[in-house]
Design a protein. Structure first.
Length: 218
């Protein structure tokens, strides 16, 4: 068994706490102070999880695709089914009917209509699954770094363009394109030990942080 990286577990915990805080202050986002805090949290808390996932990417592990199905797709389907039953039971008791039509229910469960209306935070599991499966093939282009970088930049541009339309796409494809770069950044951070490099160049880090702080203050 590989030794757990405590700092990475702590980083996940901080991210989860920020998700809870972010969702808790949504209803008060109109307030200037809470609105600014929400924007700050939402600017990086989900990209952080994709970064961590990219950092932990291990394409050569045994039964890779089966494990991804087991830890991402299966939990998604189980919790979707539980949510559908739970919500519709209470909705039927209250109104005498179902919360939505059977076809819309089916489309939502499988994320085909661009909406997960039965426990929406589950979008992360599907998006992460798609990214991790695509990254297996993407990782084989390691000897063509220029092509990888080009594809990552193109993914960012496409993700931005799709998000600007304001539409929701099946399987969260617009999120997949937008967050692929964060997964890639996490992967190259681990592959080239960039954190170790920063650790040995603390003075440079202090200069960067100091300059960034000054630029923000102006």
């Amino acid at each position: 068994m590989q030794e757990r990286m405590i700092w990475l577990d702590n980083l996940k915990a901080y991210g989860i706490i920020l998700v809870i805080i972010g969702h808790s202050i949504v209803i008060t986002a109109a307030n200037d102070s809470t609105g600014m805090l929400m924007k700050l949290i939402y600017s990086f808390h989900m990209p952080l999880f994709f970064f961590i996932s990219g950092y932990l990417f291990r394409p050569n592990q045994e039964n890779y695709f089966y494990k991804k199905w087991k830890v991402l797709l299966l939990p998604y389907l189980i919790f979707q089914m539980i949510s559908v039953v739970f919500i519709n039971v209470f909705y039927y008791i209250k109104t005498g009917g179902l919360e939505r039509e059977p076809l819309n229910t089916l489309l939502s469960v499988f994320y085909i209509n661009g909406s997960i209306g039965w426990n929406s935070p589950l979008w992360f599991l599907i998006v992460l699954l798609i990214i991790e499966l695509v990254f297996v093939g993407f990782n084989k282009l390691e000897n063509k770094r220029w092509l990888q970088v080009t594809l990552v930049i193109a993914s960012c541009i496409i993700g931005w363009g799709l998000s600007e339309t304001g539409l929701k796409y099946p399987f969260g494809i617009h999120i997949v394109f937008g967050c692929f770069c964060f997964y890639y950044l996490g992967n190259i951070t681990e592959k080239y030990d960039l954190l170790g490099w920063l650790e040995t160049n603390k003075k440079l880090m202090c200069i960067i942080v100091f300059q960034f702080r000054n630029s923000v203050s102006y």
